[in-house]
Structures are given as C-alpha cells and as structure tokens.
Design a protein around this ligand. Structure first.
Ligand SMILES: *[C@@H]1O[C@H](CO)[C@@H](O)[C@H](O)[C@H]1NC(C)=O
Ligand SMILES: *[C@@H]1O[C@H](CO)[C@@H](O)[C@H](O)[C@H]1NC(C)=O
Ligand SMILES: *[C@@H]1O[C@H](CO)[C@@H](O)[C@H](O)[C@H]1NC(C)=O
Ligand SMILES: *[C@@H]1O[C@H](CO)[C@@H](O)[C@H](O)[C@H]1NC(C)=O
Length: 621
C-alpha cells in the first residue's frame, strides 16, 4: 500500500488550490483543479467534484473522462456500470472512484506524453450536464550538466567570437534553460562579446536535451578565468538549478614585453666562463626568440645561435662584452618588442713583474720591484718569499740588500670583487758579494793528542764561495762535509790531532776571499795510560817480593840463571825487562827488627825493600 502513500503525497503537494467554476447552472456545479503537477513515473489523482441542487436530483448520472487532442474517451460510468475504455493508452493505467459528490481519476506511472488536459463530463440528463478540465503537467529533472572547455589555445587576436565551452543537459522535461558564468558572474549575451548558441533536441520518449555553446571574445585576462554553466529546470511547484564543474581555457596572446637577463653564472662574468642569457616574454605560448648583439657601427652581426629562450656563450672573452638583445620570432608580436642587457666580461691579464725573471744586486744596494696585471677591475698585489708574505701593493722595495735578501719573490695579483681571477709572477733576486763567514774568524781550542776534531767553515756569498783548507801540523785530515746552497758554502774537515795544529779555511769567489783560522793545542797522554802503568808497577813489586822470598828459602837457584829465566819470560810476553836487585843492608835491618820486635809468625810475609829498574824496551831495541 506504499503506492497509496505516494499518491497521497503527490496529490496534496501538487494540486493547485486555485479552482474555477466551469459551469454555473442552477442545478449542477462542477469543480476541477486547473492544473495538477507530477513527476514522471508518479501516481497522480485528478478529482472532479459536482453537486446537483436539492430540487433537481437526477435519476441517472453519467460520468465520462476524456483526454484532450482527439478528445478520446477513456472512462464511462452510469448508475448501472463502470467501464475503462479499452484500446486507449490509458486502458491499463487508470482507475476511477466515484461517489455522489465526485469522481477521482487515478493515473499511475505518469508519462511525459500524459501532459495534456483531462476532461471530466457529468450528465444528469434533465438535471443538467457540465464538464471541467484539469491540465496535467509532468516534470523530469535533467541529468547534471556536462561542460567541456575548448582544449586548444584560443587567440585573443581572433576577429570573431571564439567557442570557449559547451554545456549539455540531458533528458529533462519540460525544456530546461542553460546560462553561463565567468568567475561566478553571469555572462549576458552582448553583441561582439558574448553569444550563446542553443541546440534543443527531443528524445522519442519526450525528453528534451539542451546543448549550449558559449561564444566569447577572449581577452588576455581570461587565462585565469573559470567558466561554468548552470541548468535551470522546473519541478512540481518549484524552479531548480544545477551547476557544472569549472573549466578554464588556454589563451594565446602576443608578446608585448620581453626581458633578457643573465641566468648563469651568478655574479660577475670573467673570461673563460660559460654564460647563459635567458629571454622571457609575456606572450603565450612563449614564442621562440632571436638573439643578437647590438649593432655597433655598421658591421652587421647575424642572429646568434640559441635554443628557444636561452643563449649560451661558451668561453667568453672580453670581446664578448656588449649589449645583447632578444625579440620574439612570431609574426603576431610587434617588432619593437625587445629585451636587452649589457654583458660585461671581466679579465685579468698575466702579471708583469719588473725586473723580469732575475736581478743581481750588490750587497747594500736597494731595489724597487713592481708587479702589475691589466684588469677590468681593481686589483691588489701581495708579495711572497718562501711562502711568507713580505709585502703588499704593486711595488716592493728591497733596501740595503744582504744575502738573506736573495731568493724568489712571488707577486700574486687578485681581484677582490672577483676572487676567481688571480695571476702571479716572480722575480729572482741574487745578491752578489764577497764571501762572508757566518761564524767567528778565529778559533782556538785544545784537544788531546790522537783525537779527531771537526773544523767547520761556512761562508755566504755570490757567486758561491769555494772553500779551501790549508792545514799544518797533521797529515791526517779529510773533508767530511761539503754542502752548498744557493749562496752558502759549508765545509767541515775532520782533523786528527797528532801535535799542535793550525788550519786555515779560505772562502773565496770572484768578489773576494775571507779566511778563518783554527789553532789546536795538543795536550799530553791521557790519565788512563798513567793508571795502567802504576798498576803494572804494583804488580811487578808483588812479583819481586815473591821472587825474593823464594830466593831466601833456596827454592830457586840464585844468580844469573833465575834472572835470565824471568827476563826471557817477560821479553816473550811484554817486551819488558825488569831487573831486580836486593839491597843487603836493608835486608839485615829488617832481620834485626824481627828479632827485637814482635815474634815472627811462621809463613809471615817478608817485607822486602826493592830497588827496581824498569826498562821499557821494544823488540826493535
Ligand atoms: C528559460 O528561459 C525563459 C526565457 O527567459 C523563461 O521564460 C523560462 O521560464 C526559463 N525556464 C526555466 C526552466 O528556467
Ligand atoms: C586549468 O585547470 C587545470 C585543471 O583543473 C589546472 O591544472 C590548471 O592549472 C588550470 N589553469 C589555469 C591557468 O588556471
Ligand atoms: C765530525 O762530523 C762528521 C760528519 O758530520 C760526523 O760524522 C762526526 O761524528 C763528527 N766527529 C766529531 C768528533 O764530532
Ligand atoms: C784565498 O784564496 C784566494 C783564491 O784562491 C787567494 O787569492 C788568496 O790569496 C787566498 N788567501 C789566503 C790567505 O790564502
């Protein structure tokens, strides 16, 4: 019974309240709604009310329903029968309920073609007859509008209006309207600016499909504009709208302004750089550009090779400095539209140091060196010697030259505003002069005989001094060091001290000579030798005592033979002959002493004074 509920709703909502009296007879009043509205597919009721005056109650009442057009009858009833006419399009879809006050036609599954008049005729014969009509209006909302923007670019230079977008609303009833908006503001048709072409088609079922094309004079600002269409349609008792999505368009417009700038490198340009100049215009689509250099004098310079909007200059030199121009290549843009810029290529030429290469100066002289490099920018110069800074500025003064002044002076020129630019040159300064000894001229020393001693002699000078030695007092010497640097010669001799030695070191060059003298006083033998001799003597003394003791006991034969044996042994070993001689008086005294003094223990050592003659002999003696 949901069908019935729907019917109710439909009826109560959509029946217009305005009524008219179709016939004002004294006996029969008939009332019908002028219009009844319904959605397609709905169920709708069309009431037809009548009233006979009390004094004219008819005996027979005939009720017939017709539809407009050929006035086809679709229903008939009288006191005896009710009949839906067969063979009409309503045969299956209507139902009529009648009572003494009225008749209600119920139509289900409303079609678009049902939009027509439904006529209700009541006939009471002698009591009179009357008829009324209700206009049934059927509604079908359209599908949401579909918009299509033109995808190709639209040129603002087009003379005529250009198609910008199309919009379609399908399957609606009654016919809907389509309106256009640009940035949410309605576009009202205006001669030369806006035109809307509408195409309406009717489907077999009765639906309308409306297509609308917006024709429009595109301007540059439209590149950011949003276009929408809106469909306006009616529903029972109301008007509704449905909006499409946004579309935008591609606007083509000529270039009116061009800019040219240096894209890379950032900062100032120096020789050798690869430079990229970029040209940009306000036209769309961006046209290709022609680059050229401003024509200085008359020599014509052709177009410079470029790719699109970039001009690449490789390994620029100062001659690439100048004004560059670019202009769009398309025909639409005016020839005067041009961008330009000044390109400055900075440079730093090789440095020129004066004096060049190398310069000889005499000791004590002064010299001013200069260092310059041609540049498009301000330069600074710094002087270095052996990696250490020795001066700033484009001149360097070397005053009162010494040998330490000699050397390589490097001048480095830089450009503070463009640090990548730097160059350097150098000058070699040679200080010429006689040899100059770096240590004291006279050396006196003492050294033990037999020792080696090193004598050192170092001299500066230019040309490089040669060092010669003359050594008196020893044959045994040799040079152990002989070194030379740029202007310093160094010689060391190792001398064996055999006696007093005097040595002269003569450092000489073309400019002169300088002499250093050494005096070595030889000192006598060493303490070690003395100690050895004393120890030997002590040993001999003990040996002597033993010999004497044995002699007294008679163990060793006295006289020449014993002495000779010892002598032989000694000679064979040490080449030393020791002669032992006992003093008879001393011997006696010692014996007396023993008798008067303490008793002599057996085995007591005999104290034996000796006189020793030590004769050192060699085998050659
Ligand atoms: C369509 O436009 C016409 C003319 O402006 C207007 O009379 C009609 O009511 C409109 N229809 C709808 C559905 O808005
Ligand atoms: C146009 O619309 C597309 C898609 O909606 C968007 O990506 C594009 O940025 C728009 N163009 C402009 C110029 O607004
Ligand atoms: C002398 O100099 C040489 C070479 O430098 C060195 O080898 C030697 O030890 C030195 N001798 C003395 C006694 O200093
Ligand atoms: C040193 O040598 C130079 C050059 O050989 C010589 O003229 C000069 O007389 C020498 N001086 C001495 C003191 O030997």
């Amino acid at each position: 019974m949901s069908q019935f509920t729907l019917w109710k709703t439909s009826w109560s909502l959509h029946v217009l309240t305005y009524r008219r009296l179709t016939d004002v007879l004294c006996v029969l009043e008939l009332t019908m709604d002028e219009t009844v509205e319904a959605y397609r597919g709905d169920l709708v009721q069309i009431p037809c009310q009548y009233n006979f005056t009390d004094n004219a109650k008819p005996s027979l009442v005939m009720i017939q329903w017709f539809v407009s057009g050929l006035r086809t009858r679709i229903f008939y009833s009288d006191n005896d029968q009710e009949m839906v006419d067969g063979d009409t399009e309503y045969s299956t879809r209507i139902q009529v309920n009648s009572d003494p006050q009225g008749s209600v036609l119920t139509l289900q599954d409303v079609l678009l073609l049902d939009e027509r008049e439904f006529i209700c005729q009541v006939n009471g014969l002698a009591a009179g007859n009357a008829e009324g009509r209700t206009n049934l209006r059927v509604f079908a909302p359209p599908q949401p509008p579909v918009i299509e923007g033109v995808l190709t670019g639209i040129s603002v230079t087009n003379e005529a209006l250009s198609k910008v977008a199309s919009c379609e609303a399908q399957n609606s009833f009654p016919k809907p309207n389509i309106t256009w908006y640009r940035n949410d503001l309605p576009l009202v048709p205006a001669q030369g600016y806006v035109n809307v072409v509408t195409l309406v088609s009717r489907e077999p079922e009765g639906f309308f499909t409306v297509q609308s094309e917006l024709q429009y004079k595109v301007v540059r600002e439209d590149r950011h504009a949003r276009f929408t269409c809106e469909v306006h349609y009616l529903v029972p008792g109301a008007a509704r709208t449905a909006e499409s999505r946004d579309v935008n368009i591609t606007v083509h417009y000529p270039t009116t302004m061009v800019e040219l700038w240096k894209e890379s490198p950032p900062g100032p340009v120096k020789e050798g750089d690869t430079v990229e100049l970029r040209c940009h215009g306000d036209g769309n689509p961006p046209p290709p550009f022609i680059f050229n250099r401003e024509q200085v004098r008359k020599d014509p310079e052709g177009a410079l090779g470029s790719s699109g909007d970039v001009l690449v200059l490789t390994e620029v030199t100062r001659s690439d400095s100048g004004v560059y121009q670019c202009r769009p290549q398309d025909s639409q843009s005016r020839a005067s539209v041009m961008g330009d810029m000044l390109l400055t290529v900075h440079y730093l030429d090789p440095v020129v140091v004066v004096p060049r290469d190398s310069e000889v100066m005499f000791k004590g002289e002064s010299l001013t060196a200069t260092c310059n490099a041609l540049s498009s920018l301000e330069t600074t110069a710094v002087w270095y010697k052996n990696g250490k800074q020795v001066g700033r500025g484009h001149t360097l003064t070397l005053a009162d030259a010494t040998y330490a002044t000699s050397g390589e002076y490097v001048c480095e020129v830089t450009v503070p505003s463009l640090p990548a630019l730097r160059t350097s040159g150098s000058v070699h300064i040679i200080v010429q002069g006689a040899p100059q000894l770096s240590e004291e001229r006279e050396v006196e020393l003492e050294e033990a005989t037999g020792r080696l001693v090193n004598l050192s002699c170092e001299a500066q000078g230019h040309p490089l001094p040669t060092i010669s030695w003359s050594i008196v007092g020893t044959q045994t010497w040799r040079e152990v060091v002989n070194r030379a640097s740029e202007n310093t010669a160094h010689s060391v001799v190792s001398v064996k001290v055999t006696s007093d030695v005097s040595a002269l070191c003569n450092a000489s060059n073309d400019m002169g000579a300088e002499v250093k003298s050494f005096r070595i006083t030889a000192t006598e033998g060493s303490g070690v030798v003395i100690v050895v001799i004393i120890l030997s003597l002590l040993l001999l003394a003990i040996l002597g005592s033993v010999v004497y003791f044995l002699h007294k006991k008679g163990k060793i034969p006295c006289g020449r033979s014993g002495k000779q044996e010892i002598t032989k042994e000694m000679l064979s070993k040490d080449d030393i002959v020791v002669e032992l001689q006992a003093d008879p008086k001393a011997e006696q005294a010692e014996l007396l002493k023993g008798a008067n003094g303490a008793p002599k223990a057996p085995g007591d050592q005999v104290h034996m004074p000796l006189i020793m003659n030590v004769v050192l002999t060699g085998p050659e003696l």
